[in-house]
Each structure stands twice: as C-alpha cells, then as structure tokens.
Ligand binder design. Sequence first.
Ligand code: PPE
Length: 304
Amino acid sequence: MPIPEVDWIWLNGEFVPWKEARVHVLTHALHYGSGVFEGIRAYATSKGTAVFRLTDHLERLVQSAKIYRMDIPYTIEELATATRELIRKNGLESCYIRPIVYRGYGEMGLFPLKCPVEVAIAVWPWGAYLGDEGIKHGIRAHISSFRRIDPNALPPAAKATGQYINSILAKLEAVETGYDEAILLDSRGFVSEGSGENIFIVEKGTLVTPPIEASILKGITRDSVMTLARANGIEVREENIVRSQLYLADEAFFTGTAAEVVPIREIDGRILGEPGPVTRKIQQLFYDVVSGNHGEYEAWLEYV
Ligand code: PPE
C-alpha cells in the first residue's frame, strides 16, 4: 500500500514539509531496530475528527520506550497536542497516525544510551489494512511456521520497530503461500496473534482470546472489543488457545488499529465461512463507537 503524501510531518517539535522529514543512514534505529512506535486512527464523526483512544496509545508508547530505556523528551500532553495540530494542519478528516521514537545519529554499536532520542509523528489517509472485501467477507489465514517472539527474548509488550522483523517473516510466508494473513503460535505452541493484529475466536457464543502470557501485544482494539462485548452480554475469556480450537471455532476475527475488526473465513484450509453473528455484532459496535454514534464511549474519542 503506497503512502499517500500529505503536507506536514511533526519532527522533534517542529512541523516540517513531508519531503524534508529525513534521517541519516547511520541512524542507530536503522541498524539495530532501536525504535518504538504506535499506530493510531482518527475518525470522522458528526462532531468533527476524533482520535480513538489517543492517550491510551501514547501511554503505551511511553511504556514501550521505558522497556528500551528511552526517555522521551516530550510529555504525553505535548505529544497529544502535536498530534491534534498535525491533523488540523494537514486538513485530514480521518487518518492513520504513526508516532515513532527512535535512537538517532550519534554513535554506532549496541550500547545505545549516547545516541539522541528523536521523535516524529506522521499522519496519512489509510484505508482498510486487510482490504474492504476482508472486512465484509473475511480473510484467509494460516498458521505460520515462524513462532512469535518469546517474552524473554524480545518483550511483546513493547511495540518496538526491530521486533517487527518477526512479523515481516510471518507476513511474507503467508502472502507467498496464498493466504492473506499469518497466525503465529507462541514459543510454547499456543496461539499468539496475527502479524499486526490480535485474534479472537467464538466458541458457543463466548469470545476467547489469548492472554498476555501468549506473547501478544496488549492491543487497544482488543481491549475495546472486550469492553464492548461484556457491556453487551457477550462473555469474554482470556485463555490459552490450541491450534485445533482455531479449526473448530464457530467464528474468528482479528483486531487492530490498522486492521480494525476483520473476520477470518478460513484457517489452514478449514472453512469457518462468512462472518457470523457475534463477529457482525462486534463490528457494528466498534464502528458505531469510533464514528461517534454510541454516546456511552465518548471518553474514547479525543477530538481534534
Ligand atoms: N499485535 C501486533 C503485533 C500489532 O502490531 C498490533 C497493532 C496489534 C496486535 C493490535 O494492537 P492495537 O492497534 O492496539 O489494537 N499493529 C499496528 C501496526 C500495523 C502495521 O502494519 O504497522 C496497527 O494496527 O496500527
């Protein structure tokens, strides 16, 4: 998916023209993956553009940075203000938001503390990550031959740039073998998540999703879906899932900021079929909330 160019990028406290937001080839993060980032979406609502759970995403950014011992030279409030200004300045009604904190140019070698910590925020219009058809009719997934990173090798709680090399291997394999997305197992062999999404299955009307110990990123969409499900009388369990549960699930779907809520219609050749009633209900609740048509969850909408 090519990135649609907009006018401005926020870089270390300044708005710079899109084409001028550059880094040096000896940037530490380019060599070692020493960056942390977020993926956030802003939606058009009847009250104007609203960023979905902006503060929660920025809090996770700070947590990712803490794991890698990076001090972000801006507060959450400053980053939130910069994000809002950037969306306004680029004249966007809805968009994807990508803040990144990375170790810049300064020193080479693995001890990173002498490199400057740089911060950038970019925004651009981004459509359905796994396609419009995927959202409507579901996608085809397979179980990856690549295991998800182990918590004692690379902590999945950190959304770090270098950790995505694991997701890239899984995504490449999935697409090259004719699937849309990969499902990774954790180092124990339990279901973990997709290359860039959390996973849920439906068993007899109950939602089941892997727990933190299954090497997942604690997704904000995952949390939103669990909250919405429970508030609507759908039971949710966080528990380890084995491979056969995927094959025999009544329904399954992925959640993520970029992906949103995407039904899974096939896993390793086992057909789950068109999106079922629980998936449809969750999709409807989610899209109602993000577009401001569900008053109860106003606190999740941070207006631009
Ligand atoms: N797991 C992983 C590995 C992941 O990257 C994401 C988000 C999630 C789960 C869902 O988390 P949340 O967005 O808080 O619900 N992936 C981001 C990056 C995707 C990309 O291709 O880049 C995203 O969805 O923005």
